[in-house]
Design a protein. Structure first.
Lengths: 136, 327
């Protein structure tokens, strides 16, 4: 099992709303990323950190640096790189081999996910969630 | 598949650690039961969608609330429906003084896959929350009452057809007010005859030539106040199939365009538009959840005030004339 404790540095919900969901089976870690976004841009991305490993997961459905064996799918409700209208959100679903995450059964591993976004006519806002994952 | 616990299964990010930065017979005074269904003694008529804006009925003063966009962040995530937020909003509206005669919904009451079965449970949660307000609810259709996509277009003969999302919306939310189609209008007037108002609900995600003709007819009906309710804003039109609706609106008198879709509050005086999408859906800006109250003043102007549902503090307040210009 994976266990985690949320460790928010600043209380309160993020705005724009952002979520991360985590599941696993015996071989893979599954991540769901949700981003409310009124102006979806190619440069929009989540930063995901598991231990010392860091990836950037974008609204284009890309993972940088690439992960061998990873699978990713995306859904966007809005128009990419078109600020003329209001977009709603983008969602990422991805799976990563547990071996690529560094997650181990005994020791807890720090996990952090963050995102910055600039809503139209508003300042850039950033938010993050951090916790500890442990595979029993 | 394993999920360790709720905290990990669904983690809401924290912080905002900023870096740099046709209808006939509208009766606002009729009574309905707690579920929004007709009271046995109610006076609402069954309404069709002819070009007749209806004779309406009368109220002492024009006071109504606006609530918009209530849904979970993720599709079919009924267990995380924002029930607490929308219930508090309706409780606040009920406690407002003067109490609004009715509530207008700007759309999106669900986030359900069209092939799934979460539509009814989510709409039921909304209607249970809405029962905290004892007056009628007049809901506009949102894109999530079609397929969920902004550019979706539902209805018989349209690209996306009659989805389960649309059917549940009509059967559960429009049926209590006697409507059978997602576009409709309501009319109300002063008991002393000093003013009249029409509320024209556009279904942008069920756009047809028939609705276009209907809209032109409705807006040609002369009233003191004209409120147009549509889910998508002026800025959203290029991403929808109903851009023509804005052309029609622009060609007629308008007091206020009331929209949602974007999960924020905003006022664009140049478009005579307010965006209220802060009814529980994931927020896209710094605005907190809340609701809007529109109240007619003795001089005929309208005060439009939006409140934070948590603190009851004012998010915004402005005054307009019947023409929509600043009051």
């Amino acid at each position: 099992l994976v266990q985690a404790r949320a460790a928010p540095a600043v209380p309160g919900l993020s705005r724009p709303s952002s979520e991360i969901r985590l599941l696993h089976d015996d071989t893979k870690l599954y991540l769901g990323l949700y981003a409310a976004d009124d102006n979806i841009q190619s440069s929009d991305a989540f930063d995901v950190e598991i231990g010392a490993r860091k990836w950037k997961v974008s609204a284009l459905g890309t993972i940088e640096p690439p992960i061998d064996g990873a699978e990713i799918a995306f859904d966007r409700d809005g128009t990419l790189d078109d600020p003329a209208n209001n977009d709603e959100e983008w969602v990422i679903e991805m799976s990563v081999p547990l071996t690529a995450t560094g997650l181990q059964s005994a020791a807890g591993t720090s996990v952090r996910s963050s995102r910055c976004d600039t809503p139209k006519n508003q300042p850039t806002r950033c938010a993050a969630w951090a916790g500890t994952l442990t595979l029993d | 598949m394993k999920s360790p616990n709720v905290l990990l299964g669904l983690v809401m990010f924290t912080g905002a650690c900023s870096s740099s930065n046709g209808a006939a017979g509208f009766d606002a005074s009729s009574t309905r039961d707690a579920n929004g269904t007709h009271d046995a003694n109610g006076t609402d008529d069954a309404k069709g969608h002819s070009g007749d804006a209806g004779s309406g009925s009368s109220v002492d003063n024009l006071t109504f609330a606006v609530v918009g966009d209530t849904r979970p962040a993720s599709i079919d995530d009924t267990s995380n429906y924002p029930t607490t937020i929308i219930t508090k909003i309706y409780q606040d509206v009920e406690a407002s003084s003067p109490k609004p005669s009715f509530v207008i919904g700007t759309g999106d009451y669900q986030y359900a896959s069209t092939t799934g079965s979460d539509q009814q449970p989510q709409i039921d949660k909304y209607m249970s929350a809405r029962a905290a307000f004892s007056g009628p609810l007049y809901p506009a259709m949102g894109n999530h009452e079609c397929t969920g996509y902004t550019d979706s277009n539902c209805g018989s003969g349209n690209t996306d057809g009659v989805t389960k999302n649309l059917t549940v919306f009509i059967n559960t939310m429009l049926s209590p007010i006697g409507e059978t189609a997602p576009y409709y209008s309501e009319k109300v007037s002063a008991t002393d005859g000093s003013w009249t108002a029409k509320f024209v609900f556009i279904a942008c995600n069920a756009w047809t030539s028939a609705q276009s003709s209907w809209l032109t007819t409705q807006l040609a009906d002369t009233t003191t106040y004209t409120f147009v309710v549509r889910h998508e804003s002026v800025a959203d039109m290029s991403g929808t199939k109903c851009a023509a609706s804005q052309t029609i609106v622009n060609a007629h008198p308008l007091t206020l365009l009331i929209v949602g879709h974007t999960h924020e509050y905003a006022h664009y005086s140049s478009d005579k538009e307010i965006i209220n999408g802060i009814g529980g859906a994931p927020l896209t800006s710094g605005t907190n959840y809340g609701y809007t109250i529109v109240n007619r003043n003795s001089d005929g102007t309208l005060t439009v005030t939006t409140y934070d549902y948590s603190s009851q503090s004012q998010i915004d307040s402005f005054k307009i004339k019947a023409s929509g210009s600043a009051g």
